[in-house]
Design a protein around this ligand. Structure first.
Ligand code: NDP
Length: 408
């Protein structure tokens, strides 16, 4: 059997994604944590040309990161590489259709809040997570503004969400939804592996980091361009970095990067930050952080597969400058994960799901909660609130179908 090695760092949600893909397929692997080990870090960079984790090898063959691994798993190529019998691959190979009361799509704060409420209603909900447990919280380290939660670890909080919902009877499965049919009732949901029908659905698919879509961004992805400071910061010891964005994420991640970088330059397209006052104060106080205002990055440039510069443009004067830099971290907001639902339920111009005051979408019995519909607050606590509301309404919808609805 070929040997699998997964190179990781201490806090890396994408590393967890890669490990989960292997574990779901019952594939054994060796994890090599390179955090705090500069020789190993440099060795990986030399071998792969990459400055991000996870990096996965099958014997001596470099597979790539978690996205590459997921693609191999979905296409069935992973089984071939591992000389395993094919199975668990693209194509809904399980023909039985499982019936459920409620299916929750998405395993972030909103999804698990809906899970708590629907499982306490004895509906035994199925929660389909895809790969990334915890949604947006899985991409951050600290959580200090969730009322009543005095810990400060987002990872610990996410584990608590899952455990609490599961204690009441929520079932978590790490399966990607590939297709939905909401035109007929019960509603149908397909994943790569299974087919389900459910009386009610709660959509909590959240949002994903937005990209800049500029020349060089894709080309140097993982070679100096990153969307995860906690995963990849370690590769930039004593180096100069640009952080793009002016929101809480840009400042929080920028501050985190000062643990490693010699200097962090925050490039923002306006002269005022969007971030909260407390984050602004922390950033302004940090000696390693500088700001460049009214400026956008038009191109990321590199040599020998490494970022070397960013082309900056002042949007007021139109002056441009080639700014030498070792890495570019991008935190410019999010786009809702609604690809699956286009043409199925009503979305607004930016692609967010439209819900009414009861979290119901344009189809009766289909509810949505969290960042997939909320483009205003986007907080863990508001996701929990709307998730709870959606769970309550799903419970009520199922009860009405079964003529056991409570009044109101
Ligand atoms: P935000 O939408 O709040 O901020 C995105 C930033 O990126 C804005 O400053 C925006 O500029 C800028 N931007 C957007 N598009 C571009 C572009 N194409 N080029 C250059 N700049 C661009 O997203 P965040 O991810 O920062 O935060 C999302 C939510 O999560 C917020 O509600 C935030 O409060 C919350 N959060 C809270 C944290 C905490 O409390 N510790 C940590 C992280 C996030 P402009 O301002 O001009 O629109």
């Amino acid at each position: 059997m070929p040997q699998i090695k997964v190179y990781t760092t201490d806090f890396c949600p994408y590393c967890d994604v890669a490990k989960r893909i292997l574990e779901n397929k019952e594939i054994e692997y060796e994890e090599i944590n390179i955090h705090g080990n500069p020789e190993m870090r440099d060795h990986i960079e030399e071998l792969t040309g990459r400055r991000d984790v996870p990096q996965i090898f099958i014997d001596d063959q470099h597979i790539g990161d978690d996205d590459n691994l997921a693609e191999l798993a979905r296409s069935g190529e992973l089984d071939k590489l591992l000389e395993k019998e094919e199975g668990n691959t693209l194509g809904h190979n399980n023909n039985t259709i499982e019936e459920r009361n409620v299916i929750i799509i998405g395993g972030g704060t909103a999804g698990y809040a809906a899970g708590v409420y629907t499982s306490r209603a004895m509906l035994e909900p199925l929660l389909l997570v895809g790969d990334t447990l915890g949604g947006q919280l899985s991409l951050t380290l600290d959580l200090e503004n969730y009322p009543g939660y005095f810990g400060d670890q987002a990872g610990e909080f996410v584990n608590g969400l899952k455990e609490q919902a599961e204690n009441f009877g929520t079932e978590t499965r790490f399966e990607y939804v590939t297709e939905v049919d909401f035109n007929n009732h019960p509603f149908s949901v397909k994943t790569y592996d299974n087919q389900y029908v459910a009386k009610s659905i709660v959509i909590c698919t959240g949002a994903s980091p937005r990209t800049l879509d500029i020349p060089g961004e894709k080309e140097y992805g993982g070679r100096g361009v990153s969307y995860c400071a906690t995963c990849d910061g370690f590769f930039f010891q004593d180096q100069r970095l640009i952080v793009v964005g002016g929101g809480d994420a840009a400042l929080e991640e920028g501050i985190f990067l000062t643990k490693y970088a010699s200097e962090v330059i925050i490039v923002h397209r306006r002269d005022q930050l969007r971030a909260s006052q407390i984050m602004q104060e922390r950033a302004f106080k940090n000696d390693k952080i500088k700001f460049i205002w009214d400026t956008v990055v038009d191109e990321i440039q590199g040599e020998e597969q490494k970022v070397t510069a960013a082309l900056l443009r002042n949007i007021k004067t139109n002056d441009t400058e080639i700014f030498p830099i070792d890495g570019v971290f991008i935190f410019v907001g999010h786009i809702p994960n609604t690809e699956l639902f286009k043409g199925v339920i009503n979305l607004n111009d930016q692609g967010y799901i439209i819900v009414d005051e009861k979290q119901q979408t344009s189809i009766e019995g289909i509810f949505a909660a969290g960042d997939v519909h909320d483009h205003v607050f986007r907080q863990a606590i508001t996701a929990a609130g709307t998730g709870a509301a959606a769970g309550i309404m799903a419970e009520k919808f199922v009860a009405e179908l079964e003529n056991r609805a409570y009044p109101g």
